[in-house]
Structures are given as C-alpha cells and as structure tokens.
Design a protein around this ligand. Structure first.
Ligand SMILES: O=C1O[C@H](COP(=O)(O)O)[C@@H](O)[C@H](O)[C@H]1O
Length: 226
C-alpha cells in the first residue's frame, strides 16, 4: 500500500504559494550539497499558478536544471506543448537563469530523438525535486493506464525516457519512467478539485498498471485544494 501525506489547502492560491515555497526551500537545501540540482515539473492545467510563484524564488537558479516529467510530441508553437507552459510561466523572472533540458526536439516521432534527449538528462539525475500532476484517469507524467509501453516504464530497470502512446492521449508522448520519477529526493503531487480527490482515493490499493499514479506516491506529499 502506498504511503503518502495529503495536505489540504483552503484555496488554490494558498496551495500555489505554499507549494512553491516548499519546492524553493528544497532546491536551496539540495544546492547546499551539490553543485547542480534538477527539478522536474509537469505540464497540463494544474501547475501554472505554482510556476507563477516559484519563478520569483530567491535561489541560485543558474545551478538548477529544469525539465518536464513528460512532453506531448508537438512543437512549442502548439498550445498543447508542455515546454511552452514552462517557458512562459516558470522560466521567467529569477528562474530565467535555470538551464532547461528539453524532452522534445523537432522530428516526426519521439523514437527519432529519444537517445539524444535521454543522454542529455542522465548527468542531472537523480532528481532533487519532482512535481507531478495526475489526470482523472489516474495517469501521472505520461504513464497512462493501458498505454503501449506502460509495463516497460514501470519496470525497475526502465530506461530514463520512453515514448508512450495511449488512447487517453491525443498525441504521442515522451515520459520520464517510474524509477526516475520515484527516485527523486523530494516528491510532490498537485491535484485540484473534488473529482481528482475522489480518483486519488479510488487509486489506493490498485496496482500501478491500473493506477499508474501509485508508482510514484510512496513518501510523496499530495497537495490538494478545491
Ligand atoms: O497530459 C498531461 O496530464 C497530466 C495531468 O494534467 P492536468 O491538466 O490534469 O493537471 C500532467 O501532469 C502531465 O504532465 C501532462 O502531460
């Protein structure tokens, strides 16, 4: 059974401020022990307000590597690009000094660029901090229930990155695998709204093949607001 802490916030604004402060504190503390540290963040609809607060945090961003937990295989010009969200809302203000490690490069499929993208990420691992989201179908990053490479991505010997295709995802994806995400020194999950809270409860006890979010929940902190 996964063991996580659930923090309730009175509203989304307080959640975003408090979570950004926690992540900033964890990055500062990690920078006290290592020359460079890595922060992985999700795309989608939930993390924007956290990014808006985190980008102003007073820390040595020039020693921080920022990467996504997963990317949709679309160019940055697409409104669905997770990179676009990160560039517009996280890599601004003080955080503009961070180094961005992309999970996308122009090519028809993720397979075309997989090796090079993974090679660029490898020296930054393990992640100091990961922030994840969760979809209403219990996916996290691009670990979707029923996805073509889910079993490979959940395996303890999974590579750093895998391409992923799933009926719940309109385009091909590329994702950090479960051991990379779960191996982060600090893990946070942001979920918003009553529906996702009920989904999280329902996920309890299910195997990660059915509820992929369970692959990363152990010892994570889940931040929730209505
Ligand atoms: O497609 C994705 O979905 C999840 C959840 O997104 P949300 O909009 O329901 O918050 C997200 O964590 C992931 O990074 C993204 O690629």
């Amino acid at each position: 059974m996964t063991n996580y802490e659930l923090r309730d916030y009175p509203d989304r604004e307080l959640l975003a401020m408090d979570l950004a402060n926690q992540i900033a504190g964890e990055l500062r503390s990690a920078l006290g022990h290592r020359e460079r540290v890595a922060l992985a963040v999700p795309g989608g609809t939930s993390p924007g307000p956290v990014f808006d607060a985190l980008c102003a945090a007073d820390l040595d961003w020039s020693r921080v590597d920022v990467l996504l937990t997963d990317e949709r295989w679309v160019p940055e010009s697409s409104a669905r690009s997770n990179t676009r969200l990160v560039r517009e809302r996280l890599l601004t203000d003080r955080a503009a000094a961070a180094r961005y490690l992309p999970l996308y490069a122009a090519a028809d499929t993720p397979e075309d660029k997989l090796a090079g993208l993974a090679e660029a990420i490898a020296p930054s691992l393990p992640l100091a901090v990961v922030l994840l989201g969760m979809g209403a179908d219990m996916h996290t990053a691009s670990l979707f229930p029923g996805a073509d490479k889910l079993a490979e991505a959940l395996a303890s010997d999974a590579p750093i990155l895998l391409p992923m295709r799933a009926s719940g995802a309109p385009e091909p994806r590329i994702t950090l695998t479960a051991p990379v995400l779960d191996g982060a020194m600090k893990k946070h999950v942001v979920i918003l709204g009553a529906e996702k809270r009920a989904v999280l409860k329902k996920a309890r006890g299910l195997p990660p093949q059915e509820a992929p979010v369970n692959a990363i929940l152990d010892e994570a902190v889940v931040h929730w607001a209505e």
